[in-house]
Design a protein around this ligand. Sequence first.
Ligand code: FES
Length: 145
Amino acid sequence: MSFTFSDENLKQIEELKKRYPSVEALNLPLLWMAQYQDGFISLDAIDEISKITTIPPMEVYRVATFYTMFKLEKPKKLLVSVCKTLSCKLCGSDEILEHLKTKDVEIEHVECLGSCGTSPVMQIEDIYYEELTPTKVDEILKELS
Ligand code: FES
């Protein structure tokens, strides 16, 4: 399986090259682009980023594995990231997690999503779902199916 950035992404990359002072600074946005394009970051995408940035593939890989928001495997099911940090825990994230375990989704525990005032919170792709209850989770998953 090979990876090539889409024409639109290649245009964006050319714009980013003008904006960033070093190739190292391009690494993160290119990893994001690869993930948005395919839903995960393949080893072929890492090789492609390495070619574009001239950063060694192992260094690109090291950055990709450091940040938990980068996915190096395609999720098999809908990936639901549930905040497990204090505010969410105090407001019922354990109940949300237990409820989600009964659903056909892949659950990921994450640290504070930065939306503590609307706890408990979960994230699916780029969307935050806040002030969750089991009923609200059901409605969200039904809407997404
Ligand atoms: S503790 Fe959950 S969003 Fe901050």
